[in-house]
Design a protein around this ligand. Structure first.
Ligand code: NDP
Length: 288
């Protein structure tokens, strides 16, 4: 590992995600040229949350670029749990649908149970990798759809070309969609993994021991630059607005970049990789 204290190399998630999309496009074309149908991703959006609309629009746009058909269902926020489950069942049985994405969060105040909806998706069509069966498979180190953000973080980390075995990774955040699954993926690669959260006593000291830092917190610039060990790899998942309304990550970027060997920017780091991995999961479900 490079232990120099020169400013970090930037891990460009936008460029890497574009390369992945180009490769997916070629793979889809090859299948189509062999006379096979297009891969299909069903996107389900319930209610009027503006951020969710933007996320789903971006995901569908990316699908269009690589030749994945999207089957989009936009439902009234009052549609209710039973009707939503009925739709999921219909999509499970539809041979033109290879991947299913139910955009979270579901509207507050209804009778929605997100865990029950995720569990109703056919695990083989689980484009987000959130089904409990697939999360269990991840825990056991078995092949299964992996949640998109952690999968994208691993691809970025592989860009550094480092020998990860035995290195110390510190994950800040323990959510089911980022913190816990990325910790398992790092462990799978034989790293020594520490998971930190809101009750961690000395976050600065924990981060200071890390060869690899993954910050998935949702607090602007919580991880200070001077906590970072010289030569570390810093992977910033956070997407936050700071007090000036500027988009920032969970890491104090410029100060951290003075110490790290590699760092992901926000925006343009982990974010674009999440979408690329959704498409990759959909293609893998189709190819299987
Ligand atoms: P959650 O809110 O589900 O989890 C946040 C985690 O951070 C929790 O485990 C919480 O601890 C921990 N935490 C909160 N405050 C502190 C603190 N002061 N010190 C240490 N740990 C703390 O968030 P997500 O995992 O869903 O998302 C995290 C961030 O990543 C958000 O900014 C989100 O927008 C972004 N994100 C970005 C994606 C992308 O594609 N780039 C995809 C998904 C998320 P505790 O468990 O103790 O409460």
């Amino acid at each position: 590992m490079n232990l120099s204290d020169t400013p970090a190399q930037v891990l460009d998630g936008k460029a890497l995600s574009e390369r992945i999309l180009d490769s997916l496009k070629e793979q889809v074309e090859a299948k189509r040229n062999a006379g096979l149908p297009a891969p299909g991703l069903a996107t389900v959006l319930v209610g009027n949350d503006p951020a969710s609309h933007v996320y789903v629009r971006n995901k569908r746009r990316a699908c269009g670029k690589v030749g994945i058909t999207t089957i989009h269902h936009e439902l009234d926020e009052h549609i209710g749990q039973a009707a939503l489950l009925e739709l999921v069942q219909k999509l499970n049985n539809d041979p033109e649908v290879h991947g299913i994405l139910v955009q979270l969060p579901l509207p507050k105040g209804g009778d929605y149970d997100e865990n029950a909806v995720l569990a109703a998706i056919d695990p083989a069509k689980d484009a987000d990798g959130f089904h409990p069966f697939n999360q269990g498979a991840l825990m056991q180190g078995r092949k299964a759809p992996v949640p998109c953000t952690p999968k994208g973080i691993m691809s970025l980390l592989d860009e550094c070309g480092l020998d990860l075995m035995g290195r110390h990774a510190v994950v800040v955040g323990r959510s089911n969609i980022v913190g816990k699954p990325i910790a398992l993926l790092l462990l799978e690669r034989h790293m020594t993994v520490t998971i930190c959260h809101s009750r961690t006593r000395d976050l600065a000291a924990e981060v200071g021991r890390a060869d690899i830092v993954v910050a998935a917190v949702g607090v602007p610039e919580l991880v200070r630059g001077d906590w970072v060990k010289p030569g570390a790899v810093v992977l910033d998942v956070g997407i936050n607005r700071n007090e000036e309304g500027k988009l920032v990550g969970d890491v104090e970027y410029h100060a951290a970049a003075q110490r790290a060997a590699w760092i992901t920017p926000v925006p343009g780091g982990v974010g674009p990789m999440t979408i690329a991995m959704l498409l990759q999961n959909t293609f893998e479900a189709y190819a299987n």
